[in-house]
Design a binder for this molecule. Sequence first.
Ligand SMILES: CC(C)(COP(=O)(O)OP(=O)(O)OC[C@H]1O[C@@H](n2cnc3c(N)ncnc32)[C@H](O)[C@@H]1OP(=O)(O)O)[C@@H](O)C(=O)NCCC(=O)NCCS
Length: 291
Amino acid sequence: MLAERATDVSRHGDRRGTRQSVSAAAATRRPRASWSPPPAFPRLADQDVHAWLAPLEGGPQRARGLAAALSEDERARANRFLTERDRRRFIVCRGVLRTILGWYLGVAPAAVEFRYGPHGKPAITGGPGRCALRFNVSHADGMALYAVTLGREVGVDLERVRSDVATEEIAERFFSAREAAVLRALDPASRVQAFFRIWTRKEAYLKATGRGLLSPLRELDVSFLPDEPAALLATPLGPREACRWRLEELFADARYVAAIAVEGHGWRLRRWKWPAHLGEAAYERGASSCR
Ligand SMILES: CC(C)(COP(=O)(O)OP(=O)(O)OC[C@H]1O[C@@H](n2cnc3c(N)ncnc32)[C@H](O)[C@@H]1OP(=O)(O)O)[C@@H](O)C(=O)NCCC(=O)NCCS
């Protein structure tokens, strides 16, 4: 999505803005939080938010194994991809999602059923009494990020850091006036990372709400300097809406930037790294942590 917007903007965008310099202290990064191997039976309490990071690569065997858990419409969607690599990545991304959700729900991956919101946000189907599991997914360049909560809306965004993105032009069109001005003032070395922090924080929030990029991105304002915590500073719905959400940066990998937006406060984030070397079958045990 970002890549398409970047191409579009670099074709049609104009270049504006003056540069100021920002002190080197602002470029100091906080230490990267680490991703741990998951416990044998990850359990989700009310205050827990679990983030999972999974590589989508692997041979045809991995995709074949996971394809068996996909629904008819997911398999049809997989077959519409133009390249074998994209087809496999989609299958692995959905298959791992089903495996993770099945684990929390205590059902086989194939038994997880999805419904879709008005703008395409997937959720688990469930009648009264069904588990309040919420989730969101983002994928970029061979990596997938999943987040799972109990009863709190959640959104995630993962982007591969690329220096060929038309940061200035995209910022002029999609970032708030404040974000664009502060970004312009950064030294070029820290501008690319800062750009992706803004993008991922906005998108994580918009995915949490389910409206996605149809929303007016310019009316959202997020923090993004390296020495300030992730925060939603303003939304078109006013300060109450901004206070309703907490944002976190996820430090996915040196090559990626990622953010998570979760409804409410007081939640605790756990980061699990999908141990793909064990094989997905190791997770089909169905330990339920839902009430
Ligand atoms: C949701 C959206 C921001 C995803 O952007 P993206 O950067 O391409 O993709 P990401 O990798 O971050 O996320 C993709 C995942 O988000 C989830 N998703 C899809 N629609 C979503 C929505 N409205 N809100 C939250 N999550 C959504 C899906 O799990 C999807 O995974 P899939 O592609 O394997 O099905 C973008 O597609 C969007 O704005 N969609 C809603 C509005 C729209 O354009 N609708 C037109 C199509 S109906």
